[in-house]
Design a protein around this ligand. Structure first.
Ligand SMILES: [Zn+2]
Ligand SMILES: [Zn+2]
Length: 244
């Protein structure tokens, strides 16, 4: 465990609030309505209380990948994923609740700016570097969060490959690690079919999706890790092929 000042994190938590409707963390401020989902402040809880009420549970996806989510479920929170690489452990995205019992990671890398979770607190706890695409870092809800690295191009970190496709958000980036694809909320599964995330510009989202499919077409992907699902790639592909 790195040498961290837990007391300083607790002090920060006294001025941090979590919207239980969407999981958004208000860092250092409190508003009447949630800046992310618009829920009324009666739905907010202090970060410390959130840590008492929720814990972060890890569910194995495979030997090296674990899905992380708050238990009990915390509103619209999107799953984060922990990846063990030969070069260290990383998170893709970040849980909304702060659970100091989790194992440390080298860095927290974001698909996009929608679910930054308690990344500011985990950054302090793990002494981890936080990375996001520069275009998403510009959004006003990101202001109170600290990013250590703003990337603007595709990159590779600890065997994880990052591909910027934009679309759903301007900086949206998907990741590939070995045979696993990480796409957060780019694609929703609905009934027997699938749909592209409707909360964004539809034409750009479609373009980004096409770009992603062409980037992975020669790869041997077996699993897709999404915001609320982990599924077999072949089945997911069959469903996404039907998207008009
Ligand atoms: Zn909210
Ligand atoms: Zn999103």
């Amino acid at each position: 465990m790195p040498d961290v000042d837990l007391q300083a994190i607790r002090v920060k938590q006294t001025n941090q609030y979590v919207c239980t409707v969407c999981g958004f963390n208000m860092v250092g401020y409190y508003t009447e309505y949630c800046p992310f989902c618009g829920a009324h402040q009666r739905n907010f809880i202090a970060s410390e209380k959130c840590s008492q009420r929720y814990r972060v549970q890890g569910t194995r996806v495979n030997e090296k990948v674990t899905r992380l989510q708050s238990v009990p479920s915390l509103g619209l929170e999107h799953a984060a994923y922990r990846i063990e690489t030969d070069g260290g452990a990383y998170w893709i995205d970040c849980p909304s609740s702060f659970d100091a019992r989790l194992d440390p990671v080298e860095a927290i890398i974001f698909t996009h700016h929608h679910f930054l979770g308690a990344s500011n607190l985990y950054r302090d706890l793990f002494l981890a570097r936080v990375r996001i695409h520069e275009l998403d870092s510009l959004h006003k809800i990101c202001k109170p969060f600290t990013f250590d690295e703003l990337f603007t191009e595709n990159f590779k970190i600890g065997e994880i490959e990052a591909f910027h496709i934009g679309g759903h958000t301007p900086g949206f980036t998907f990741y590939v690690f070995e045979d696993v694809l990480f796409i957060c909320d780019y694609v929703f599964l609905k009934g027997e079919g699938a749909a592209l995330n409707p909360f964004g510009p539809p034409v750009e989202t479609r373009d980004g999706f096409n770009k992603m499919m062409s980037l992975i077409k020669d790869r041997d992907i077996s699993t897709v890790c999404g915001y609320r699902y982990v599924t077999d790639f072949a089945l997911w592909k069959q469903r996404t092929d039907l998207i008009p």
